[in-house]
Design a protein around this ligand. Structure first.
Ligand code: PLP
Length: 380
């Protein structure tokens, strides 16, 4: 929570514009985060994962700082271009692409594509002849609060075949990628993944194909309730792992931070709509906010991400609450399995601040479910 955000919210309240929940992102924090990544991993190029927060203000700030962009669709690539990035600073990192979208990205100048199977290689070879491809391999994501395993990537042994297939189809077999899982708390996760990456490099070399790039993915955490290691610790651990597995032939590297770039830059202000109990004898209260799973807090699914919540009554005695959203869907409950401690004096109408919400919130909010508008956002 920065002073700039506090001032902004105070003015908004004074102007009576605080009728609906909103997300406020402090761009100065995003700038700091970019520089922290650049210092911690000085030899890696930063490809910001656009999906985390594609606001034009965030993209143009990062473009001006020299960031590259990992995009998952033609629309995201267009947003990065509109923000001032050139096409050579854009990757199409989604392993699941329509062939006509590959062609559109190629027409925009994009020359770097992710693949994880031969069928995708063939699409890229037809629609983006001669482009660079990297093959994503599977990683089990132990230690991540928001795992990205199984859906993307292939077995490391298969990655060698996929890259050879790319080479045979006239593409440049450029390297490999992995994702250690989002909100990864273990700095050593990269060590395990880089062991597989080095094995793929060796396997390709045996077939006469020289790979040159490792895409280290995202996964760098934001501090929510639990402490997390500093970016510097991730940088050191990654550098050690590169040395260990690649010796003195360290490949070019890319990082794709999403959450770690913008998560801590944002705060959502929401309002308590109702505090109630299901029976007089319950000691757990139900607290309903004007934002929930469909209003931007989708990552509370399975209670995976637990946001810090501040109230005007912090410091007072607390008690357990089920925290729920405002919509008429019973799935719209954020925390129930593990109740959330909030002040017992919390009242209807209180404003609460949900911290660490700069990533994966606004774009997840529904268009008009129950007539509720999408989350208002301000980038200051
Ligand atoms: C979502 C995503 C990222 C960003 O992950 P974070 O955990 O938010 O840093 C990076 N790379 C790829 C391919 C992704 O899909």
């Amino acid at each position: 929570m920065t002073e700039r955000i506090q001032d902004f919210l105070r003015n908004r309240r004074e102007d009576g514009r605080d009728n609906e929940p909103c997300l406020v992102v402090d761009l100065a924090v995003v700038r700091d985060n970019f520089q922290t990544f650049a210092r911690a991993l000085p030899d890696s190029r930063v490809f910001y994962a656009v999906k985390a927060n594609p606001a034009p203000e965030v993209l143009s700030l990062l473009a001006s700082l020299g960031s590259c962009f990992d995009t998952a669709s033609v629309a995201e690539a267009e947003m990065a271009l509109a923000a001032g990035a050139t096409a050579d600073r854009i990757s199409f990192g989604n392993t699941i692409k329509k062939e006509r979208d590959i062609a559109r990205a190629y027409a925009l100048g994009v020359r770097l594509f992710a693949v994880d199977c031969k069928a995708e290689v063939e699409k890229v070879a037809r629609a983006a002849p001669g482009a660079k491809v990297f093959c994503r391999f599977l990683f089990d994501c132990v230690g991540a609060d928001w795992p990205l395993s199984r859906k993307f990537g292939c077995d490391p042994a298969m990655a060698i075949d996929v890259l050879e297939h790319a080479h045979r189809h006239g593409l440049e077999a450029y390297g490999v990628s992995f994702h250690v899982g989002s909100q990864q708390g273990r700095t050593q996760a990269w060590d395990e993944a880089l062991k597989s990456a080095a094995a793929i490099f060796r396997g390709c070399a045996e077939r006469g194909i020289t790979l040159s790039m490792v895409n280290l993915g995202g996964g760098f955490p934001t501090k929510y309730l639990k402490e997390v290691p500093a970016v510097k610790a991730y940088g050191r651990s990654i550098f050690r792992a590169l040395r260990k597995h690649f010796g003195n032939r360290i490949p070019d590297t890319i990082i794709e931070p999403g959450r770690g770039m913008v998560g801590n830059a944002g705060v959502i202000e929401a309002e308590v709509v109702l505090v109630s109990k299901k029976s007089e004898s319950d000691d757990v209260r139900w607290v309903y906010l004007d934002i929930g799973k469909f209003g931007g807090l989708a990552e509370t699914m399975d209670e995976a991400i637990r946001y810090p919540i501040r109230t005007p009554r912090d410091g007072a005695e607390v008690g357990p609450c089920v925290l729920a959203g405002p919509t008429c869907d019973s799935a719209d409950v954020m925390y129930e399995k593990v109740p959330y401690d909030l002040p017992v004096s919390l009242e209807i109408g209180d404003k609460v601040l949900i911290e660490g919400t700069g990533a994966y919130t606004a774009t997840y909010s529904a268009v008009a479910f129950n007539g509720l508008p999408p989350l208002k956002t301000y980038h200051i």
